[in-house]
Design a protein around this ligand. Structure first.
Ligand code: HEM
Length: 566
């Protein structure tokens, strides 16, 4: 699949704007085909020499009528877009950087582009106005999800024996979805719950700072920041909330190392692109591939681990104090409010979704931001001055300080604009035929919401390629925020499908950045040009850095006792 996706981009430029007449070709073909069938059928009915010929003639006429009726329907007025090839459509021309490729298509064809993914029509949405149309005005129509990915079979019990989906990210709108969203917003991510886990988040940041200090041998050794510090920090924050366990860090027992490996295996499997996702008809064939058997084995191990978390809490007495409850307690206690069922499969899915969605995105945003701050030392100095002025240099920053750190908030927005971890959000689907800007959007079209393209569009942003948080400190962008109201900046999406973990994701990223900037002076080797730090991308489960960011030299900025390991 990867090789199909990574064919030379130049081939795609053979694509041309579809003219009205070429869009009508299928209609004319249908009419001709139906006409031939009708003529033959009539011939046998009129000139046939026995009952056998009348039956053949009648059958041909019966086949011709619906084809002719369909050919008389007004042809769809599809948005402009590139041509593909028979059967596969545009699939062979997509590159392994689909967000960039789709941005180029939008530059060529406009903010609403149509192409075919096999038999499925697909649309690219690439301007704030079309985003608003899809995620606000017609959110009800566009908040559907496409058919489940192959990985959902093994990690989300989807479809189950009754054909149902589980969890939140992959299910369709309806009472089940509403209930699961309620579980997230009213219980797991409620302001109260966020408060209960506040101390654990701070503690995790301190562990991150101390780990960095220790692993870099007192700041002298270059280390891979993502794997040493950012992934462990994000993952520990999530699993601590889920079950009060940290699986990364020193002195991990076998269980910790095993769970860490299991989570890595799941992330790798989910990032695997399979042809069967585009052509479900191939699924019976791929079921025997080593890739899929491996996925099935990992799914089984993950299920056993998640079930063990639920069973362990069921055996223990539930904590009386709300503040003591883990998210496993919360999902076990959550009451359905109508006939929709919150069963163990749903509980396990929600827990896994949280661990996966929370770890990759948070670590990725922190890594991109630190890369941009290394490349722009003046911005790093400015945020450090803000931290010094607001927090001082005798204690670590706290979540309570956040409202007083507007420049840090602007940095979060600027990274969201240039390096959104989900550049195409998650795929949406159009539940029924509708129109955007006068163009027809067929039912079940796949919708790609290209926030990455909008973030780099010179019609939307002044000097878009420049990393410049100041743009959010002044008019006209002063009021732009990440919460789904500003359609030029949508790191978490918007509308019914907006990220269910937004409050947590936002807090953890900002807190981690504040700790990292406040705790260390980060310097590069003498003579190294900061702009040589690569910002190449790799498209996967999240849009990560192709070359993991490394630290070079660290110098503590706060009193040394704060860096001491226990
Ligand atoms: C900075 C961190 C994060 C970013 C940038 C982010 C971004 C996103 C995006 C872009 C979507 C897709 C929206 C759409 O389809 O239109 C999404 C969905 C989702 N996110 Fe996040 N996310 C983050 C953290 C988290 C965390 C911490 C959790 C869990 C606690 C989480 C749970 C989910 C879930 C369950 C969905 C699916 C929502 C649905 O389909 O209704 N995310 N996120």
């Amino acid at each position: 699949m990867q090789s199909i996706l990574s064919r030379k981009r130049s081939r795609s430029y053979r694509s041309e704007r579809l003219s009205i007449s070429s869009r009508m070709v299928p209609q004319m073909g249908k009419m001709a085909y139906g006409g031939v069938l009708l003529a033959l059928g009539m011939h046998f009915l009129v000139n046939g020499t026995g009952p056998r010929w009348y039956v053949v003639g009648g059958a041909l006429v019966a086949m011709a009528v619906p084809i002719l009726v369909a050919s008389c329907k007004k042809p769809l007025n599809l948005p402009p877009g590139p041509r593909g090839v028979p059967v596969l459509g545009y699939l062979p021309f997509l590159t392994d950087m689909p967000h960039r490729h789709m941005a180029e298509l939008a530059q060529k064809f406009g903010p609403l582009v149509h192409f075919q993914l096999g038999a499925t029509p697909a649309m690219i949405i690439a301007s704030p106005a079309t985003m608003k149309e899809v995620l606000m005005t017609q959110d009800q129509v566009f908040a559907a999800r496409p058919p489940a990915l192959l990985s959902s079979k093994y990690f989300a019990y989807t479809p189950d024996e009754q054909g149902r989906s589980h969890g939140c990210a992959g299910v369709q709108l309806g009472p089940y979805f509403r209930n699961v969203r309620r579980l997230y917003t009213m219980e797991m991510m409620s302001a109260k719950r966020m408060e209960y886990f506040k101390a654990s988040r701070s503690e995790e940041m301190q562990v991150m700072v101390r780990t960095l200090w220790e692993e870099s041998a007192g700041g002298r050794q270059s280390i891979d920041l993502r794997s040493t510090a950012f992934i462990p920090m994000a993952n520990n924050v999530m699993t601590f909330m889920v079950c009060r366990k940290r699986y990364h860090g020193k002195n991990q027992a076998t269980e910790g190392r095993e769970v860490q490996k299991l989570i890595n295996d799941v992330v790798r499997s989910c990032a695997n692109v399979s042809l069967a996702n585009f052509f479900p008809i191939l699924r019976p064939l791929t079921a025997w591939s080593s890739e899929e058997r491996n996925m099935a084995a990992i799914g089984k191990r993950m299920d056993a681990y998640l079930q063990s978390l639920l069973d362990a809490r069921r055996r223990a007495n539930p904590p009386k104090d709300e503040a003591e409850k883990t998210l496993v307690d919360v999902v076990l206690e959550f009451q359905r409010d109508d006939n929709t069922e919150i069963d163990d499969r749903t509980r396990k899915c929600v827990i896994l979704e949280m661990i996966l969605a929370g770890t990759e995105t948070v670590a990725t945003m922190v890594e991109w931001t630190m890369a941009e701050l290394f490349r722009n030392p003046n911005i790093m100095r400015k945020v450090q001055s803000e931290l010094d002025a607001v927090v001082g240099t005798s204690r670590f920053v706290q979540e309570e300080d956040m409202p007083n750190l507007p420049y840090l908030a602007a940095i979060f927005k600027e990274t969201s604009r240039l390096h959104p971890p989900s550049p195409l959000l998650f795929p949406h689907e159009c539940a029924r035929q509708t129109q955007i800007n006068g163009y027809d959007i067929p039912a079940h079209s796949r919708i790609f919401l290209n926030t990455w393209a909008i973030g780099r569009d010179p019609k939307v942003w002044d000097r878009p390629e420049e990393y410049n948080p100041e743009r959010f400190m002044e008019s006209p962008n002063l009021k732009v925020d990440h919460k789904g109201q500003s359609f030029n900046l949508l790191p978490f999406g918007a509308g019914r499908r907006i990220c269910a973990g937004m409050p947590l994701g936002y807090s953890v990223v900002k807190l981690a950045l504040a700790y990292l900037c406040q705790s260390f002076e980060w310097s590069l080797p003498e003579g190294m040009d900061p702009k040589t730090i690569s910002i190449e991308e790799r498209f996967g489960l999240a849009l990560t850095m192709k070359h993991p960011l490394r630290s070079y030299f660290l110098k503590p900025r706060l009193p040394l006792h704060l860096y001491a390991c226990n």
